[in-house]
Design a binder for this molecule. Sequence first.
Ligand code: HEC
Length: 453
Amino acid sequence: MLLLDITGFIGRFHPLFVHLPIGFIIAAVLLEWRLKDGRYQKAISYLWFLSAITAGVASLCGWFLANDGSYANWTLFAHRWLGILIAVVSLYAWYVRRDPNPNARSKKITNVVSIAMLAVTGHLGGNMTHGSDYLLEYAPTPIQKLMGYGKTGNDLPQFTDPDSVMTYRDIIFPTFEKKCLGCHNDNTQNGGLNMASIDSIKLGGDGGAVIISGDITSEVLRRVTLPTSSAKFMPTSGTHMTYREVRLLEWWITEGADYNSSVSTLTADESIKAILMSRYNLDLTPRPWIEKTKISLPDSATFADISATGIKINAISNSNGWVEISNHIGSEVTSEQLSSLSAASDQITWLQLPNSGLTDDMLSNFKALSNLTKLKIQGNPITSAGISQLENLSNLETINLINTKVDDSFFELLDKMPKLKSLYVWQSDITSDALAQARIDYPDIEIVGGIEN
Ligand code: HEC
């Protein structure tokens, strides 16, 4: 036990010592290359000697470090033996240069070989501590492409609809699959943990549950956020989780660690939104209800019948069947015209009839327009009593009642319109007191009252 403590302690000096031979070797090679007259021969030879000693010490520390974690793979193997080889080659380089007239070819070979080994060993070491995508994670896209970064694990799916993206299945698990499953699967369960399926990960490992809803000290999150030098850090070898992957994991756990919820049901702050946007092209800004809901167009006879009455009917988009109703500017509508709207009652979602002589009685024609989201009937002689006929239109998002006879009792309707976002009521009979109260009672609705209130 004591022995283990001491070797573990020594191991931690590896990151400190590795930089010494790097400096000595680079200095020795540069001096020999730039200062050819031989006066520096002694100094150069001494640098190689120092490099051999420090590379040896670094290798020893490294050996102990690797023993206390479980970095058992090819990267470690190559890094370890290349490191030792650097110490050996340095010793040989020193030996060659002890001769007053060293062989020029041996000098050149030791220089080239040492620098090449330094580059490879250092890169492998970096991959082990930071993950192999560390270097290029934030590189400009052309450089990432040039270096083949996209091929080494950044081929992420691009999503369009947050409702259909399952947070665990599509965002969290793919990272586990790539970076954890190698050691936590149906066959190999290090620490007693199998992350291959939802059922198995819920069972946890030897230490119990590893994911606890809402708990950011959950073991999976703790293990991936430990200092990378910690023996408990995960993964013990192979590619580390990136900063963004850790942030997403933390977000999912904080939001309740639900395995079956879609991304759109979780609240995301700006930084999470930015990560989802840049990784998956996933836009979480809410889309209007009519964009998310599909409906088929009214048939052409309906279009013809409504147009024939002198009212305008237009499709809102090519990809959906929603329509907008309006009238020709300055013309007054009649009850007969409005009754024709019932043929398209499912599809009418925008209704704009400003200054059209619309009365309370006529409003009854709108009762069946249950998918109405935008109602613009400003400039008409209508009252709260007339509007109250529309209490079942629960999809309304915008209502414009500017310059009407609507009064304070109108606000009683707001409880029945849960989706209402904007309300325009200036130049109506609404009092400024009622307006102020409504703004307090319905903070999510933007109530535009006009200049006088
Ligand atoms: C190269 C193998 C390897 C990889 C890859 C790996 N682990 Fe582990 N994991 C282990 C070993 C070995 C243990 C047991 C020793 C320990 O608990 O530290 C372990 C234990 C754990 C435990 C503790 C289980 C318990 O209850 O004791 C958690 C949590 C864990 N790993 C999470 C992860 C996560 C998350 C990843 C991916 C980011 C990952 N591991 C990748 C080898 C690995």
